[in-house]
Design a protein around this ligand. Structure first.
Ligand code: DI6
Ligand code: FE
Length: 389
């Protein structure tokens, strides 16, 4: 009661109410319309605070070993992200650190990052594998990702990203056939995979190679998503659209044709302004084309040790507005309803009857305030499946 309410399905209400029962929302709307049947329910005065759906981080690599602060220094000295990767640093150095860590260590390193997200009202995160690049470590990463949901009140969706980089000393094709695809099948058989991703880039895999991974995903009945057009235009977005991908992520180098294909296939554009900022990219994603074609835009932290060591979705929202010129309203949609869609979830991301009661209560008056401040956390309370925690 007495809340400003952004359900993401109707304009912001000045005085709204949400009725919860168990894990779900029973009713949401203007307080004046509260059905008599609910009037007797236990009430909480929100003192004019803003209620939004809880936030969803739909693209993270939060489970990984070690850090890459030395590469940060190297880039300050002039090396580019691609140069470092080609010289054996980059993703491959995190692969070594991840292989050397036990599952307990990977979990212990991931939890503080997760806690930072939760502290800002996140209740659902996606976690990718992709720093193992061998059978055992890829499975370990996925198991650790699933364990995060036992350790904290959060929902985790796991994505198999075996096609993230080519391991040292191996060819891309033999790695795919001998390691990546068999591991995908195994991880799926163990129930550890919700979706399949790849890195389609000059320093990683070609569209043809990614198509082989996607073919196995289709065979297993798993949805796909893709790191596409991050550093160059290679055709990954068109490929993703051809496979009806849930999302194409990064997409700075995507063009108007790509946006049209994504709209037709219902593929969400996941924008990652943290990575854009951190590697000092200058190519802006085609936001105007996404708007013109009606491509939903989601936002995520891309939390990873190399290109986006971020654990703040609020800062991500600010960056999406300042760097990509999204409106604060688009930014909020990007971390709620569109993020849910990028994960193929239809029970969260909006506040509506029958949806999960995953809510964030903020000490702000308008949604724009969430994107506007930097380094300040206005979260008052988070509800996860109806429980304040
Ligand atoms: N694109 C990214 O931005 C991350 N992975 C990817 O495919 C970077 C991962 C890293 O540098 O460790
Ligand atoms: Fe990523």
């Amino acid at each position: 009661m007495n809340a400003r309410l952004a359900t993401m399905e109707a304009p912001v209400m000045a005085r709204g109410a949400v009725v919860m029962a168990g894990e779900k929302v029973l009713w949401a709307g203007p307080e004046a319309d509260l059905p008599a049947a609910h009037a007797k329910a236990e009430q909480q005065d929100m003192a004019g605070r803003l209620i939004t759906p809880a936030l969803i981080d739909c693209h993270t690599h939060i489970v990984h070993g070690g850090h890459r602060a030395r590469e940060f220094e190297m880039r300050l000295e002039g090396a580019s992200y691609e140069e470092i990767a080609r010289a054996g640093g980059g993703i491959i150095s995190t692969v070594a650190a991840t292989r050397n860590a036990s599952e307990a260590e990977l979990l212990a390193q991931a939890l503080p990052r997760l806690d930072a997200l939760i502290a800002e009202g996140v209740t659902t995160i996606e976690v990718k594998s992709g720093y193992g690049l061998d059978g055992d470590t890829e499975l370990a990463m996925l198991r650790v990702a699933r364990r995060l949901a036992d350790e904290r009140p959060v929902r985790v969706r796991t994505t198999f990203l075996g096609a993230h980089a080519v391991p040292k000393g191996q060819g891309a094709d033999s790695y795919l056939e001998e390691v990546c695809l068999p591991t995908l099948r195994k991880a799926h058989a163990l129930g550890l995979v919700d979706a399949v991703d790849g890195f389609c880039e000059g320093i990683a895999f070609s569209p043809e190679q990614i198509a082989r991974v996607f073919d196995v995903a289709v065979e297993l009945g798993l949805p796909v998503k893709l790191h596409a057009e991050q550093l160059s235009h290679l055709g990954g977005t068109a490929l993703a659209a051809r496979y009806g991908a849930l999302s194409a992520d990064h997409v700075e180098y995507a063009n108007d044709d790509d946006a049209r294909l994504m709209a037709a296939s219902g593929t969400v554009a996941v924008l990652l302004p943290g990575a854009y900022y951190f590697i000092r990219e200058t190519q802006l994603p085609p936001v105007a084309a996404f708007r013109a074609h009606g491509v939903p835009m989601a936002l995520a932290t891309d939390c990873n040790p190399g290109s986006s060591p971020f654990t703040s979705l609020l800062l991500t929202m600010n960056m999406a507005c300042t760097l990509f010129r999204l409106t604060p309203d688009e930014a909020l949609r990007g971390v709620t309803v569109h993020a849910a869609r990028a994960l193929g979830l239809d029970d969260c991301g909006v506040i509506a009857p029958g949806k999960r009661a995953d809510l964030a209560v903020w000490n702000v008056e308008t949604p724009a305030e969430l994107a506007y401040r930097i380094g300040f956390n206005p979260l008052h309370q988070r509800y996860f499946g109806g429980s304040a925690c």
